[in-house]
Design a protein around this ligand. Sequence first.
Ligand code: ADP
Ligand code: SF4
Length: 688
Amino acid sequence: MTVKPPYDLLFEPVRIGPVTAPNRFFQVPHCNGFGHLRPRGLAAMRGMKAEGGWGVVCTEEVEIHPTSEISPAIEGRIWDDRDIPAHRLVTDAIHAHGALAGIELVHNGLHAPNRISRLPPMAPSAAPVDSSDPLQARAMDLTDIRNFRRWHREAALRAKAAGYDIVYAYAAHGMSTLMHFMQLRHNQRCDEYGGSLENRVRLTREVISEIKDAVGDSCAVAFRFAVDELLGEEGLSVEGETRDIVGLLAELPDLWDVNVSGWANDSATARFEPVEGYQESYTAFVKSMTSKPVVGVGRFTSPDAMVSQVRRGVLDLIGAARPSIADPFLPAKIRDDRIEAIRECIGCNICVSGDYLNVPIRCTQNPTMGEEWRRGWHPEKIAPKASDDRALVVGGGPSGLECALQLGQRGYRVTLAEGSSALGGRSLLESRLPGLSSTARVKDYREGLLKTMAGVEIYLESPLDSDSILEFGFPHVFLATGSAWRRDGTGRENHRPLRGLERLPVFTPDDIMAGKLPAGGRVTVFDDDHYYLGGVIAEKLADTGCDVTLVTPALTVSAWTDFTLEQDKIITRLLEKNVELTVRRNIAEVLPGGLRLACTHTGRTEDLEADALVLVTARDANDALYRSLSAEPDRLSAAGIQSLQRIGDCLAPGTIANAVYLGHLAAQNFQDEDWDTALFRREMTALA
Ligand code: ADP
Ligand code: SF4
């Protein structure tokens, strides 16, 4: 099949040193929570990207030696030859679909507390490790440096033996020894590896050259380099030294993989970097300084933006981590002229949270991500229907939409009834809050496909009650009726309703999203939820001119957003908008004109003036329909209803990712008698 212009440009092969990428789609290294512990899951996930058309598929960072290990994070390992077979699974899975396999070798230096190996961390100069461990790294002496170079060379040889086509040296995200040597703030050496820029780049030059010597006959050598740390004069920057660094190394690697640092900037969420290609202003100069191909990222999901990058000489290869997670088949869909079927990344970083929490990667948009091996799920294929039965899905939020879509893909005839005038549920409502517009993509993708499916009927403005459901008599009913934020303050911290709530106007996130806002004045947002919503609502109210205080019983603001790389940015933004932040305080009582707060440690109280209170605490499942229907099994069977189940927030309120997942799971398990015998395969330690 020939690809239509202008997108044919994206399917041109690109020569990278001794290897050739079959097209310009390049899955850059990304962490995933499988790593060295779950190689089968890892191989199946990477293989899926190759099947979906990514011409190059890379590993996550792969530790080259036990002096660099960041347990309990589960990264790759290539410490010795015993690691090779697990990597073989990965390269075989990638090669099976004609893609190239890349490996990102890493030595984390200052960033590696070595909690398992218990070997002293190493760095250019002695300093505390950059985790919170009470531990310091020692300065590397010249013997350490010789060893460090040898470990890279040996790891590269093992990578070649494992079948990799591209071997990386890594100086990005502030996470690697090579980068630490370049950073003045981490390198105070007085020998030939410190001082002048040339000296600070020496180790990188040696490592890239030695990897080339070792494996360059058949493997390309890539260099991943952060061109800007967004720290101004404190860090490496385009305005400062990184142009010179690129100049010094220009033709040495076979491929430049360039980005901004740290990880929170490179993988910025859509809330903080809404525009596709947001790294261009930093990375664009690199191509003018080297004849070697350049790959870069920017949450690219639109083929026009990709073509523009190549045409304008910004990038040769379109790098993607998150867009390849949200849609492993993105390249294939462009190739096959199915652009409308692309499942666009929403930039929420739920994928990152999996890595942070040391569990297999998950994704809001792609519920099959991380489930390729253990459940055998495929992002584009699902088992055909097991009967000609019809199904009714009540509620068109993320969970109902996903369930209806997958049932429809299986070939079931599905009726989707939504009470309001639009599909999307919370993905639509939340998309109207500051910075969250891309959340609507959860709805857009599903709604777009559902509307093309012959077997699916959608009814808007159709709030169903139990009588109408019984009257319709669909044999199978899925209730995706969502949840509602509590108005009484109960949640994690308070197990009984707050006292005195009648004394102040009280709002919930549902009110705010419905456009019902406090009249102005002093508003307290009480956040006992700890994810993004409390902070977003505080931001919205500050934008409308309220004098906002965010109170939380947690130790810090929007605590869970640490796992999505957003917390620092959220706090900065709230402070910039003059939101007062009060942590470790609970509401003891609501007073006329204010709140009595209590310290969560000592119980000491203080009063805070307020004209209105927004409670972001917990949600109640909207399961009244379920309770009334399931209470009358005789009426159900008389109506011909064989199965009735709750999905999404109606079952267990959680993230949008969770609701999509539960909708998908229900559709996968539908009419499968054995769904609960072996929930999923497990990678188990074998006792030899
Ligand atoms: P989830 O995240 O689980 O998908 P949402 O709250 O986002 O849940 O979506 C629930 C959707 O269900 C909303 O769009 C809401 O309007 C709709 N809904 C709730 N109750 C009914 C009902 N009885 N009949 C039809 N639609 C309903
Ligand atoms: Fe994108 Fe969110 Fe999926 Fe990550 S979890 S790939 S940010 S949609």
